[in-house]
Design a protein around this ligand. Sequence first.
Ligand SMILES: N[C@@H](CCC(=O)N[C@@H](CS)C(=O)NCC(=O)O)C(=O)O
Length: 298
Amino acid sequence: MCRRSDAPFPLAEAHGQQAAPLRFLKGTPGVLRRIRGEALSHRRRRRSVLEGRRRLRMARTTDPSLGGGAGSPDGCPPRSHRVAGPRDRSGCRALSRHQPRETTLKLYYASGACSLADHIALHAAGLSFDHEEVDLKAKRTKGGVDFTTINPKGYVPALVLDSGEVLSENVAILDWIAQQDTKLAPSGPMGRTHLLEALAFISTELHKSFKPFFAGGTDDEKAKAGEMIGKRMGYMAGAMQGDYVFGSSVSVADHYLFVMLLWAKRAEIEPPAPLAAFRERMMTLPAVQKAMQHEELI
Ligand SMILES: N[C@@H](CCC(=O)N[C@@H](CS)C(=O)NCC(=O)O)C(=O)O
């Protein structure tokens, strides 16, 4: 007859199953193997959950901008910001709704790089965020962290979301920001699609064409690239629907295009007149001023 062993079988009990003594399973190796296999996979799953929690707590402990550090020995946000109740996935108690939310949104950038577009967009969206400069040659953050542990691609921009998820690629980050503040995207049922169309053009046809200027291209390569950039800027100038890409209001596509125009100036490429005027207009926007001042560009 079945007889419960005194020895606990914690994994089964943790999953609400009856504790099954191994002794009882003697002589039924197939069943034993199956149950052991199941127990192992529970164990493995549990280990990976615990590892995820440990990593999030570690990040919070070492990086105050990720919601912890200061005065929180367990790596969670300060006690005063938490409420009683169940713990979240990282093992911390929930944040109180009556306390200011800890900012975990964080932009990794390099001064004057394409990440300036995201920097401007975050300000334009009125989001509260932290930022840290990255040394792109050494692949180290200002704080001395190996940047490839944050973005394995090793390039900026990288945006750490509140969830801890790391977003890379200008098109995705700018689209995400525009979803947080829909004023930064054109309206209408096709608005987002047209925004992605513009962002993809700026990313793949303009941004990438600058490579010879930043990656030690020859004079010939630079001349060819400059010609191509001029043509594509000509297209962009003709497609402008008003003062900005989509008419009278500024979108994240304008932020990205503006950075391309700053690069054009640096590379001594003369943009078409409407885009030169657009660059000056953009320079007056508070979000642009704030981001450029922070990056010590003005
Ligand atoms: N595909 C990426 C490219 C980003 C990119 O080109 N980043 C440059 C700065 S503008 C960078 O970090 N370069 C350093 C490297 O690639 O090592 C995107 O569109 O976001």
